[in-house]
Design a protein. Structure first.
Length: 155
């Protein structure tokens, strides 16, 4: 049998709508292994397979959590606004992009939180952002009068 059929999902990450607790369960034992408390409700969560991190937004916080469920190496930043979602550059891992429900802009930050670029073009809140798997571009989506997706080329 091929290797992919031998893989087993052994962990589960869980949070509820309007909940500020990130829970990591071991499905083999059905026990909670790790939980992280955020200051406000979690607004988005992205698994970045290339970086082996979960990217979580909550209030003004963006957290980068290693896929290993021990919580070691978790890195979080507090931004000057509340990001609606965030995505890490999958190859370089030196920057992340965010959307924001409070304005119509897409922002690019260094992994230290420094704002590198502000991109305008939406006419409504930016609900989601995502890098392409090769990191050559990223997309942002908003729910304006029409559902709009803008593709940006990475510099």
């Amino acid at each position: 049998m091929g290797r992919s059929s031998e893989l087993m999902i052994t962990t589960l990450v869980y949070t509820r709508l309007n909940d500020n607790i990130f829970r990591w369960w071991d499905l083999r034992t059905r026990k909670l292994t790790t939980s992280l408390v955020f200051p406000t409700a979690i607004t988005s969560m992205e698994l970045s397979p290339q970086t082996q991190r979960l990217v979580v937004t909550s209030g003004n916080t963006v957290a980068f959590i290693p896929v290993l469920p021990n919580g070691q190496g978790t890195h979080s930043l507090t931004l000057g606004y509340s990001p609606s979602s965030a995505s890490v550059h999958p190859i370089l891992q030196d920057r992340f992009v965010t959307g924001n429900l409070g304005d119509e802009w897409v922002r690019v930050h260094g992994m230290d939180g420094e704002e590198k670029e502000v991109l305008k073009g939406h006419h409504g809140p930016v609900h989601c952002v995502e890098f392409s798997p090769d990191g050559e571009m990223y997309a942002s989506g908003s729910g304006e009068c029409y559902d709009i997706i803008i593709i940006f080329v990475t510099r």
